[in-house]
Design a binder for this molecule. Structure first.
Ligand SMILES: Nc1nc2c(c(=O)[nH]1)N[C@H]1C(S)=C(S)[C@@H](COP(=O)(O)OP(=O)(O)OC[C@H]3O[C@@H](n4cnc5c(=O)[nH]c(N)nc54)[C@H](O)[C@@H]3O)O[C@H]1N2
Ligand SMILES: Nc1nc2c(c(=O)[nH]1)N[C@H]1C(S)=C(S)[C@@H](COP(=O)(O)OP(=O)(O)OC[C@H]3O[C@@H](n4cnc5c(=O)[nH]c(N)nc54)[C@H](O)[C@@H]3O)O[C@H]1N2
Ligand code: SF4
Ligand SMILES: [Mo]
Length: 700
């Protein structure tokens, strides 16, 4: 039976795998022991890839709606008919209402991510989005760029092992988040490494750590500021690095004098002594990794939170050193997203451009539309009406805050086209549904970890399924019909362009499995940091110019025990949503029996003290409510969570009940979250974590 090397893409990760193929189908996937990063390891989802690829419910043909919107009645049509119809609809909207009336949506971190941005740019619409962005990764990337001129990742890969690792709002042993695969992280968590988890939950990662600091959600900026205070006051910073490679130290010192550990204790629920000890351990153990995650971003103070944390790496001189936080090798040539094809006046029309300069403005890392504003524009027509939406792999009815609003918005569209592997609640509302190819069915080149690119992998299409097509192919076919400039370079030619610096072809790389050039450290010694001052900007000149605070600040969460004490009697707990679990990727795989049986029901975690207070026992159905809605889940009673915090899984819908609209709200975490202001002033991040909630036994 033929066996091929490939890269699993069920999540953002990229485990090296061996794919067994029989009659054009994938029959088995196992870890590739020769892969230098994953070394034969795979998670439970990846191993079940054949169950996803060969699932009887996979979409196989292009579908055109025949019934009323949402009635789930379809006709199978040919690709020619589908692409002709869809391009005609796009053409008519762009001619009558301007290309900005068409939004392009996608999901997180897929193979076609950059191709979507390219497609939007060449179509001339500034309004593309993805449900992560301001809530995921864009604050960390942008802040790293502003502060050190490049993104960083923990050095889990080299000869030198870190002496300390802080996992901050991050659970990589479960999430393998952006290509920091669990086995590499685990290897670095050696016996002599001081490991610290800052998380309201004692996660799989936290359980392996020597210290767990259960922080009050959305108060991380206070903790980071107090750690900066200790490191400066006690003279624990790397004075050589600070003197030679940073700017603004004196301003930072004066600014953070007010943020004492005692001040932070009252805010964060973490004792002042623990804050001091953590700061001393981190600053005193070199090299050290500070590995950060979503816990820092899904709140309305994401810019300042991420900035405060980012500064710790520079104060301690842990940037780009072996065993520290390393910057990217950026092996590939940049994806040609054809930014120049988007006229300047179009950019100005991007929804959110004026308000959220670091998400939607022209200086943003990857300018995209502000999600709450975009969906509002579909229903309310303000500042203008969004009339068409093409989604390439995203399920906003589950993954965007306030799904009832999203539902209303999708129904208000004149035209909706969704490309997916399965019929999802979002696809069900479309006019056209297109069948996407699974990762064993695509050609692709990808650098890992995401954004830093210290290794490069390739997939080659090994199997096929019905009429399924790779998303890039669909966009290219539409581009041809619409005479867009991107049509001149089909997606497969882009791989040659990207790989040029490596001297490898796509085919050669796919056979080889992984390209890993030797890592270079301390690249800043050659060219400085890529910031305006060529130094690490502890005081950010760019933020100052843009009208944002140049030094990090703490802002109390607007809804919380201190921000809205009047709500406390009704909503006494702090809510977090979306902590990752191994079995599912967001709203996916609920129809895959082999995974669903491992986690059959949606659940929430609460502490035994909270459970006793409301009379809830393990496994009972409960309702969790916020001022915005109420959902049903099963209770998991566990000591591994702060007694005042409730953690709710996200992404839950029931494929077995897709025709029952009410089931869409039943356990959907985003019925609880807040899509309303205040947003983060620079990124427009909305609040998915750090809100108030209540929990009760379910009536039935
Ligand atoms: N409450 C709450 N909400 C959250 C989060 C949270 O923590 N809490 N997390 C947020 C974050 S960080 C993110 S990134 C988003 C993720 O949001 P989404 O990206 O919308 O999440 P998915 O459920 O993965 O949806 C992707 C869809 O793409 C389909 N798909 C998979 N592969 C392909 C492919 O190759 N091509 C195509 N066309 N389709 C494909 C899947 O079947 C699925 O229906 O969710 C956000 N939402
Ligand atoms: N299996 C699986 N893997 C995934 C995904 C998936 O859906 N399933 N999604 C992928 C995506 S798109 C992303 S963005 C990554 C995310 O990967 P991670 O960054 O690891 O994200 P999470 O597990 O969502 O959250 C990390 C931790 O933050 C904690 N937390 C919540 N609020 C706060 C807070 O205010 N402060 C602090 N300090 N901690 C807090 C949570 O308890 C959680 O344990 O995972 C990726 N990998
Ligand atoms: S961690 Fe991600 S890439 Fe690795 S096996 Fe699991 S789903 Fe696949
Ligand atoms: Mo994400």
């Amino acid at each position: 039976m033929p066996v091929f090397k490939s890269i699993c893409r069920v999540c953002h990760g990229g485990c090296g795998v061996l794919v067994h193929v029989e009659d054009g189908k994938v029959t088995r996937v196992k870890g590739d022991p020769e892969n230098p990063i994953s070394r034969g390891w795979m998670c439970v989802k990846g191993i079940r890839s054949p169950d996803i690829a060969n699932h009887p419910d996979r979409l196989k043909y292009p579908l055109k709606r025949t019934g009323l919107r949402g009635e789930n009645r379809w006709k199978e049509i040919s690709w020619t008919e589908a692409l002709d119809d869809i391009s005609n609809r796009i053409d008519s909207l762009r001619k009558t209402h301007g290309p900005e009336s068409i939004a392009i949506g996608q999901g997180t971190g897929r193979h076609h991510y950059m191709h979507v941005v390219r497609f939007a740019n060449t179509l001339g619409t500034p309004n593309w989005y993805e449900p992560g962005l301001a809530q995921c990764f864009i604050p960390r990337i942008t802040v790293s760029n502003l502060t050190y001129g490049g993104f960083v990742v923990g050095d889990y890969y080299g000869e030198v092992m870190p002496k300390c690792i802080i996992f901050w709002g991050h659970n990589p042993l479960v999430s393998s988040a952006d290509g920091e695969l669990a086995p590499a992280v685990k290897r670095s968590m050696a016996e002599d490494c001081a490991t610290i988890a800052i998380d309201p939950r004692r996660t799989e990662t936290a359980k392996r750590c020597k210290t767990w600091l259960p922080i009050r959600p959305a108060t991380d900026a206070a903790l980071a500021l107090a750690m900066i205070n200790v490191i400066i006051e006690e003279g624990l910073y790397d004075s050589e690095f600070v003197a030679n490679h940073t700017t603004g130290f004196d301003l930072l010192k004066a600014h953070t004098a007010q943020y004492t550990p005692q001040w932070a204790e009252a805010i964060t629920w973490i004792k002042a002594e623990a804050i001091i000890k953590t700061a001393r351990t981190y600053a005193g153990s070199k090299p050290a990794v500070l590995d950060w995650g979503l816990g820092l971003e899904q709140n309305s103070n994401s810019l300042q939170t991420v900035r405060a944390v980012a500064i710790l790496r520079a104060l301690t001189g842990n940037l780009d050193i072996p065993g520290g936080d390393i910057m990217g090798m950026n092996i590939l040539k940049g994806y040609p997203i054809m930014k120049d094809k988007l006229p300047a006046d179009s950019s100005k029309k991007r929804i959110g451009a004026e308000e959220f300069k670091l998400l939607s403005g022209w200086r943003a890392y990857m300018p995209s539309a502000h999600i709450p504003g975009l969906f509002r524009a579909m229903t309310e027509g303000v500042p203008y009406k969004i009339r068409g939406l093409l989604i390439f792999g995203g399920n906003p009815l589950l993954t965007v805050s306030n799904p009832k609003k999203v539902y209303e918005a999708l129904n208000a569209l004149e035209f909706l086209c969704v490309t997916d592997l399965f019929m999802t609640p979002t696809a069900r509302l479309a006019d056209y549904v297109l069948p996407a190819a699974f990762w064993t069915e695509i050609d692709h080149v990808q650098g890992f970890p995401l954004v830093v690119e210290n290794f490069v992998y390739a997939n080659a299409a090994l199997t096929h399924s019905g009429q399924c097509r790779q998303d890039e192919w669909i966009m290219d076919e539409l581009s041809k019909r619409l005479s867009l400039p991107g049509a001149d370079m089909p997606y497969k030619d882009i791989y040659a362009h990207q790989l040029a610096p490596t001297g490898l072809t796509h085919e050669a790389l796919a056979q080889k499995g992984c390209h890993t050039p030797p890592h270079k450290y301390k690249k800043y010694l050659e060219h400085g940091f890529h910031t305006p001052s060529k130094k690490v900007e502890l005081y950010s000149s760019v933020l100052k110019r843009m009208g944002y605070p140049p030094l990090p600040e703490y802002v109390e969460p607007p809804e919380g025990p201190m921000g809205s004490p009047k709500l406390l009697s009704e909503y006494p707990y702090v809510l977090i949503t979306g902590g990752r679990n191994r079995e599912f990727f967001h709203s996916e795989q609920r129809q895959v029996a082999s995974l669903r049986k491992l986690r059959p029901y949606p659940s929430c975690e609460l502490h035994p003290e909270a459970a006793a207070r409301v009379g809830i026992s393990e496994g009972e159905w409960v309702t969790v409510s916020t001022p915005r809605g109420e959902i049903r889940l099963k209770a998991r009673v566990t000591e591994d969570i702060h007694p005042h915090v409730i953690s709710v899984e996200h992404g839950w819908w029931f494929p077995e009940r897709i025709d029952d609209l009410e089931s869409l709200w039943e356990s959907n975490a985003n019925c609880l979250t807040a899509d309303t202001p205040p947003y983060d002033p620079a990124f427009g991040s909305y609040r998915l974590r750090g809100l108030l909630c209540n929990i009760k036994k379910c009536a039935e």
